[in-house]
Design a protein around this ligand. Structure first.
Ligand SMILES: [Zn+2]
Length: 270
């Protein structure tokens, strides 16, 4: 049986890998990575994200404003976002809160993220969320907005294991990246062990978060073809069988992204 994989969060528009995109998609297909969710991060890369998803049927686009870019937004960013979301079968994100840098404009991040949460509800689209060092504020917003209508994921989860049941109640999936492969990733591994089997998804965040593989190549740019290797290490770290782990994560991603999968695939695979 060939195992199938679903990269729930990556950035194929990124300058560092974009020029090699056809090869990157081909290499992903060779190892069973059948779908890739490519998240735009600001209006400047919406066009490219839409175009690459049109060219490559395996790529599902998401449009959103990453918290790192909230202070350089054009005035009409909301219009940009709605235009792309309406024109394309797409999800929302990457969006969220990142308070790692103490100088970040937290109020502005909250306003921009809240707009995305409202859009996710209104358009009933899955949402791809980034949270770093902002868990209390995130939980406060979730309580204000209520459980997500068409679900979403917390990408490259870095929170504690004990918050996970709350997030699951709010209809969120928990996504694990190459950070789970780090030899000292105790907190992330504990979180992985705490996720319900129906709420687990996996991602590469390519071209970032290159996983700790036993045989690293000279190149440290991550790409979706590394997802099976990430899954193999992750499964081992929580004492799960690799096949069972991979099949569960794939099935969960299909369920989560069902509203925006290409129509033919949505009918065939679910
Ligand atoms: Zn990302």
């Amino acid at each position: 049986m060939t195992l199938l994989f679903f990269d729930a969060h990556c950035h194929l528009h990124d300058e560092r890998i974009y020029t090699d995109l056809s090869n990157i998609v081909a290499r992903a297909q060779e190892v069973g990575v059948r779908h890739m969710v490519s998240c735009a991060t600001r209006p400047q890369n919406f066009d490219r994200t839409a175009a690459l998803a049109c060219t490559h049927g395996q790529v599902i686009p998401c449009f959103g404003i990453h918290p790192w870019f909230v202070d350089t937004l054009p005035e009409n960013w909301q219009q940009w976002l709605e235009t792309f979301l309406t024109a394309h079968r797409s999800g929302i994100g990457e969006t969220g809160l990142d308070f790692m840098d103490k100088r970040a404009d937290q109020d502005l991040q909250i306003r921009v993220f809240s707009h995305h949460l409202a859009l996710a509800r209104e358009l009933e689209r899955p949402i791809n969320i980034h949270i770093r060092k902002a868990w209390d504020t995130f939980i406060h917003l979730l309580k204000k907005f209520g459980p997500l209508k068409s679900s979403g994921l917390i990408h490259s989860y870095s929170g504690s294991a004990d918050m996970i049941p709350l997030f699951e109640r709010y209809n969120l999936y928990i996504s694990f990246s190459g950070s789970v492969t780090r030899p000292n990733a105790k907190k992330v591994v504990r979180a992985l062990g705490a996720v319900s089997s129906q709420r687990l998804v996996i991602e590469t965040d390519a071209p970032d978060i290159y996983p700790s593989l036993s045989d690293p190549p000279g190149n440290t740019l991550n790409e979706p073809k590394n997802l099976p290797a990430i899954a193999q290490i992750a499964a081992r770290r929580v004492n799960m069988g690799f096949e069972e782990f991979a099949a569960q994560a794939y099935h969960n991603s299909l369920t989560l992204f069902r509203p925006i999968l290409p129509q033919k695939i949505a009918q065939k695979e679910i």
